[in-house]
Design a protein. Structure first.
Length: 485
C-alpha cells in the first residue's frame, strides 16, 4: 500500500491558503496537497487594488494580531516587519444629528466607564441613567442561546443597544444585534453575563486583568494582498489550480473501479472530487474552505445532515466604496479612524473609514481617501442601485455626516454578494450538528468564516486547528500503511 496521502483543499481564500500552507509545512513529504479555486485569483475577499496611486483593501483591511494564531503566521511568513499600526485611535458614531466620539473602554459597545459615556453625548442623560441600572438590577435570566439584544437591552436599556452595540456589531458582522447569537458573536459578553450579576462590573474586572499591549488591529505595507501573495509563494510543494470549480463530492471505496480518474496515491477508501470540466480527482482527505452555502452543496451526497445544517447559515450582501476627495473638501477633522452609523438612523452607510488617519501609508498631500461600507443583514437597498447611483447616495450621506464641501474626484465600488456569514441564534447548535454528522465521514474537514469566526485572524486560527488535525490524520494513515516495523 502506498505510504503517502493526497489532501484536496477546495477554496483559495485565506482559510484554504493558510490550511494548505500549514499542512505542507508540518506534514512532510508524505502528503500531496492539491488546492482548487473556482475563480481566476486567490485570496477570496482579500483584495488590494490601486486607488489614486495607493494600495487600498476592498474587503477586510485589518488583522487582529492579538490572536496568537495570526501573530504566529505573520512571524512564520517573515511579515512582522511589514506591519503598519493605525495612525489614529478612537472612532465616532453618528448619533442625534452629530458625529460623537465613541467612549473609550467599551466592549462591543458595552460601556466600561459611565462618565465618558455621559460626556460623549451619544445617549440622552436618561439613556445614561438607564445604563447605570445594570449596577443594581438582579441577574438577567435568558435561554440557552440568547440574542445579543436579549442579553443587553434588559441590562443597559434601548439607547445603549441601539446607539452603541447594534452599530458596533453591524461594523463587525454586517448584522443586526437582535438576530445575532450572543454566545457565537460576542462570546466575551455572553461569558460575563453567565459569570457576573452585573455585566458592567464584570467587564471592568476583565479590563483590569488585561495585560495586552500594542495595537490590536494592524495592516501590512502594500495592503493585505501581501499576506495572500506570501502564502502563495510558500506553496511551492502544492499543486494550485485556478478556474477549477468543484461541482460535487462523492465517497469511493477501494473496491470501486476508478479507472480513468486522476487517482490519488492510495487505494484506501477516499473521495472523488468532481470538477466542472467533467473530470474527477481522487482524494484521501478533503478540506472544504468554502462559504457555508457552497459547503452545503458539496456535502449533500456524503453528509446530508451536515449539508442541511450548513445551508441554514444566512449571509449578508455588502459593498465597499473608496471615494477620493480633494483635501479641501473635507471639513471635519480626521481625528479618529472613522465612524459607525446605527441602523435606526436610516442611512445606507454602515460605517466609514478615514484612510489617511487609520493607515498612515495611505496619506496623500492633495487628496483624502474615504472608505464607506454599505449593506447589512436585512438591508440590501444598495443592491438595486448601479455604481453611479450608489456613489451619489453615499456622497450625499457623507455631506450630511461629515460636511463634505465638494464631490469626490473618483470612486471605486466593490460589491461582495453573500459575503458575511451571520451567526444568528442557534449558530453553535448548527456547528455541533455539522461536526456530529462529519464523524461518520472521516476525511472531510470544513473551515472558513462561517465555521470559526469572522475576520482574517479567526479564519487563520481555524485553519491552524484544521491543519493540525490533518497532520495527525496523515501521520496515522502513513504509519498504518507501512505496517509493523
Amino acid at each position: 500500500m502506498p505510504n503517502h496521502q493526497r489532501v484536496v483543499v477546495i477554496g483559495g481564500g485565506v482559510s484554504g491558503l493558510a490550511t494548505a500552507y500549514l499542512l505542507a509545512r508540518d506534514a512532510g513529504p508524505e502528503v500531496e496537497i492539491v488546492l482548487l479555486e473556482a475563480s481566476d485569483r486567490l485570496g477570496g475577499k482579500i483584495l488590494t487594488q490601486d486607488v489614486a496611486g495607493h494600495p487600498v483593501d476592498m474587503g477586510p483591511d485589518a488583522l487582529l494580531v492579538r490572536l496568537p494564531a495570526m501573530r504566529a503566521l505573520l512571524e512564520d511568513l517573515d511579515l512582522t516587519t511589514a506591519i503598519v499600526a493605525p495612525g489614529a485611535s478612537g472612532a465616532f458614531i453618528w448619533s442625534r444629528a452629530r458625529l460623537r466620539p465613541l467612549p473609550p473602554s467599551t466592549l462591543f459597545g458595552i460601556p466600561q466607564k459611565l462618565l465618558p459615556l455621559l460626556r460623549s453625548g451619544l445617549l440622552s442623560p436618561l439613556g445614561v441613567a438607564r445604563a447605570a441600572l445594570d449596577l443594581v438590577l438582579p441577574r438577567t435570566r435568558t435561554g440557552e442561546d440568547p440574542s445579543v439584544g436579549e442579553l443587553v437591552r434588559p441590562r443597559f436599556g434601548s439607547e445603549v443597544f441601539e446607539r452603541l452595540v447594534d452599530p458596533m456589531l453591524g461594523g463587525v458582522h454586517a448584522g443586526r444585534a437582535d438576530d445575532l447569537s450572543a454566545q457565537s458573536s460576542v462570546p466575551e459578553i455572553a461569558a460575563l453575563a453567565r459569570r457576573s450579576r452585573s455585566i458592567y462590573l464584570g467587564s471592568r474586572s476583565m479590563r483590569r486583568g488585561s495585560t495586552s499591549s500594542g495595537p490590536a488591529l494592524v495592516t501590512l505595507e502594500g495592503g493585505l494582498s501581501r499576506l495572500v501573495d506570501t502564502l502563495v509563494s510558500r506553496l511551492d510543494t502544492c499543486e494550485v489550480r485556478l478556474g477549477a470549480a468543484v461541482t460535487g463530492l462523492r465517497r469511493v471505496s477501494e473496491s470501486q473501479d476508478v479507472a480513468g480518474v486522476d487517482a490519488a496515491s492510495t487505494d484506501a477508501t477516499g473521495y472523488l472530487v468532481e470538477l466542472f470540466d467533467g473530470t474527477e480527482l481522487a482524494a484521501d482527505t478533503v478540506v472544504l474552505a468554502t462559504p457555508a452555502f457552497v459547503t452545503a452543496d458539496l456535502l449533500a451526497r456524503v453528509a446530508p445532515d451536515a449539508a442541511v445544517a450548513a445551508r441554514e447559515v444566512p449571509y449578508a450582501d455588502v459593498a465597499s466604496l473608496t471615494l477620493v476627495y480633494p483635501r479641501d473638501a473635507v471639513t471635519h477633522g480626521l481625528d479618529g479612524t472613522g465612524f459607525l452609523v446605527p441602523p435606526e438612523e436610516g442611512l445606507l452607510l454602515v460605517g466609514c473609514s478615514w484612510l489617511p488617519a487609520k493607515w498612515p501609508h495611505l496619506t496623500d498631500p492633495s487628496s483624502v481617501l474615504i472608505r464607506a461600507m454599505v449593506g447589512r443583514h436585512g438591508d440590501d437597498r444598495f443592491a438595486s442601485m448601479d455604481d453611479d447611483a450608489l456613489v451619489d447616495q453615499v456622497h450625499r450621506e457623507l455631506v450630511q455626516t461629515m460636511g463634505m464641501s465638494a464631490p469626490p474626484t473618483s470612486a471605486h465600488v466593490q460589491r461582495w454578494p453573500r459575503a458575511m456569514p451571520q451567526y444568528t441564534v442557534g449558530h453553535r447548535r448548527r456547528l455541533e450538528r455539522i461536526d456530529h454528522a462529519l464523524t461518520d465521514v472521516p476525511g472531510i474537514h470544513v473551515t472558513g468564516a462561517a465555521f470559526g469566526g469572522v475576520g482574517i485572524a479567526s479564519c487563520v486560527a481555524r485553519a491552524q486547528r484544521t491543519a493540525a488535525a490533518l497532520t495527525t490524520d496523515v501521520d496515522s494513515a502513513v504509519a498504518s500503511s507501512k505496517g509493523p516495523a
